[in-house]
Design a protein around this ligand. Sequence first.
Ligand code: GLC
Length: 747
Amino acid sequence: MKNRIAFLFIFFQMFTYHAFCQTDAVENKINALIEKMTLEEKIGQACLKGTSSRSKGLSDELKEQVRKGLVGAILNLTDTALVLQIQKIAVEESPNHIPLLFGRDVIHGYKTIFPIPLGLSATWNAAIAEQTSAVAAHESYARCINWTFAPMVDVCRDARWGRIAESPGEDPYLASVLTKAYIKGYQGEDLSAPGNILACTKHFAAYGAVEGGRDYNTVNISESLLRNVYLPPFKAAVEAGSATFMTSFNDVNGVPASGNSFLLKDVLREEWKYDGFVVSDWNSVTEMITHGYCADEKEVALKAATAGMDMEMTSQSYAHQLKVLIQEKKITEEQLNEIVRHILRIKFRAGVFENPYFKEKDSFKILDPASLELAKTSAVKSFVLLKNEKQILPLSTNKTVAVIGPLAHAHKEQLGTWIFDGDKTNSITPLTALLQTYATANVKYAAGLKYSRDESEEGFKEALAAAKKSEVILFFAGEEAILSGEAHSRADISLPGVQEKLIQALAKAGKPIILVIMAGRPITIDRILPNVAAVVMAWHPGTMAGPALADVLTGKENFSGRLTVTWPKTVGQIPIYYNHTNTGRPADSTSFVGIKDIPVEAWQSSLGNNSHYLDAGFTPRYTFGYGMSYTSFSYGDILLKKNTLDQSDSLKVTVTITNTGARTGTETVQLYIQDVSASIVRPVRELKAFTQVELKAGESREIQLSVPVAELGFYTNEGKYVVEPGTFNLWVAPDAASGAKQVFTVK
Ligand code: GLC
C-alpha cells in the first residue's frame, strides 16, 4: 500500500511539474515572440477585423494588412477557401508568421440549428448544453471557424429585452451550470484538438440588466446585486477555462464595460485570475464617445487599453491611436505587451501555430443524422407544457386536426435569432411533421395569417372553415425570429399582429384549441388563456421543430421542460422574478384587494398594506421552474443529514420522488434556500441545486442533493463574500412557488 501511495505521489508531482513546464514553455514562447515583434505588429494582434455577418469577399486592403502583421483575428469570413488563403498570408508572409483566429457567432448551432439558448436552458440539462455546443463547434471547425462568440451568459429578468432569447434565464446558479457545460462543449478537453473551438463568454457584464429592457441601455446596479446575480456565470466561465471574454455595450454605473477597469481588472484579472483575452463587442470601444465617456478616439484607446480591454472588434481606435499613446508615454509598451501576451497565450493554447490550416476539418460532418437527432431531442426537452385542461394532450393520431397559425409552416422563423449560417431549407416545420404523423385527410391546414405581425383578417375565413371540419385546433402562434434577439426589445410582449383576434374567432367554432407558442421570450397570453385548452411553450425550437412538436403533441414523447424565466401576466409586472426579496410588506392572498373589489368611494387606506398591483396582483402567470408533463410526481418528506451545520459542512438533503401518474416522466427536482435574516436582505428563495430523475409509472426513487455551506453565502455591498450564521429555510420542489419547507441552521 505504501508503495502505491508513494507511486501516486511521485506521479502527481511529475504531472504537475509537466503541466508547469508546459505552461512555462508557452510563456517562454510568448515572450520570445514579443521580443521580436515591432510596435505595429503588437498593435496588430489587438485588432479584430472583418465585415458584416453577410460578407463574402476578402479585400486587398485586408490581405495587405495581414501581410504586414497588422491583424490578430478576422470575423465573419465564411468562405473556407478565403480563410485558408488569408491564413497562408499570415503564416507564410507576415513578419512573425503569427496565425489568425477566425470568429463567428455560432450561438445555438452552425448549420444544425438547436433551440435558442433560452429554450435550451428550459431543458435544465447540462449534458444537452454540452452536446449541442460540441456539434456547433465541430460544424464550425469544418468551415474554418476556430472562435465562436458564445456562450452568452447574461442573466435576465426582463422579457422585454430582445436578447433574453439568447440568455440562460433569470437564475444565476442554473446559468452557471449551463455556462460550464457550453464551454466544455465548444472547447472540449483539449483546446488544440481538431474540432474544438475557442469560446467567448459574453457580454461582460450585466447586459441583461439594461434599463427598461431596452437594448444597449444603461445599467445602474449595486455591487451586491451585480456580484450575487449577474457575475456568477462569468465566474463559472473562468473556472471552466473560457478562452476569451467579450465586453458588453452597456455602461455599468456610468462606466461603459469596454473601459471598465473594475470589471476588467479588479474582478476579472485580480480576483478571478483570468489569463485569457478580452475582446470588445462590435464598435463598443468607440461607442464610449457616444456614451459620453470619452471625448475622442484617442481617449477611447487610452481608456480601453488602461482598463484591460485586449482586442478591439471592428472599430479602429487601437490601430489609429495606440502608437501615439505609447510615444506620448500615456500607455507603456509593457501594457501593450500584456495585451499581446493574453492574445498569444490563447493562440498557443488553441494550437493554431502548429495547426493553422484546420487539419482534419473534413472529418467533421455538417447536418449529419446524429446531429439532427440531437436537435430533435434537445427541442423535445426544451418544450414547456403550461396548461393542459382535461388532459386534452396528448392527441390521438386518429383525430382530425386543424393546423392554423403563422408559425405552423415558417421554416425561417422556427430557427430563431442568431442563426447566421442556419439554412431554412433544412427546417422541418410542424405542418410537415404532422402530415407525416396523421393521415393527410385528417390534417386541415390554413395559416390564417401570413406572418406573426400580420394585421390582415383575410385568412380568417379559411382558418375558420378548417376548424369547423376538424375535432381539434392546433394553433401555432408566436413571434417571427426577428422580433427577439439583438436590438429587438418590445414594450408589449403579447402576440403580435391579430393572432389573438384569430384565436378568439376560432374559439367560437367550439373546438378545443391547443396553443403552441414559438417565441424568443415569455409571451403575455392572459387575454386568450380562457379560449385555449392547452398551452405549449416551444421557444424557437430550431431545425427539427416539427418532428419534436409532433412527438410531444401526440404523446410519443413526454414533456420535461421547466421555465427558467418567470412568465408575467402582463408586461406591467416586469421586472418580475422568483428570487426577489421579501420587502417589509410582502403581498399575500389573504390581504390583497384587487382593483375590481375596491368599494366605490372607499376610504383612503393602504388597501391591504402590501406590495402588489391593484390590477395585476402580485404573482406571475407561471413561476420559475414551472412545467407540466403527461404524468405527475409526489415528493416525500425532506430528510436532512444534519440540521445544524458549520461552515465546512455541506447541506445534505434526501427526498423520495414518486411517479404517481400512468407513464414514464422526468422530474426536475429543485433545491431552494432562504437566508432568513442577514446583513443585507436576501431573496425569498434561491436555487442552489437541482437534479433530473426519470421514473416509470409508479416508481419511487430516493434522491440526494448536496450544497456546500460555503455556497449559501452572498456578497455584501462592500464586495465581500460572507456566509453568515443563522436560520435558513429550504425547499425541495418542482418549481419556485411550491414545496414543503424545512429549516436548518448554520453556525
Ligand atoms: C454583436 C453582438 C455580439 C456579437 C458581435 C459579433 O453586436 O452584441 O453578441 O458576438 O456583435 O457579431
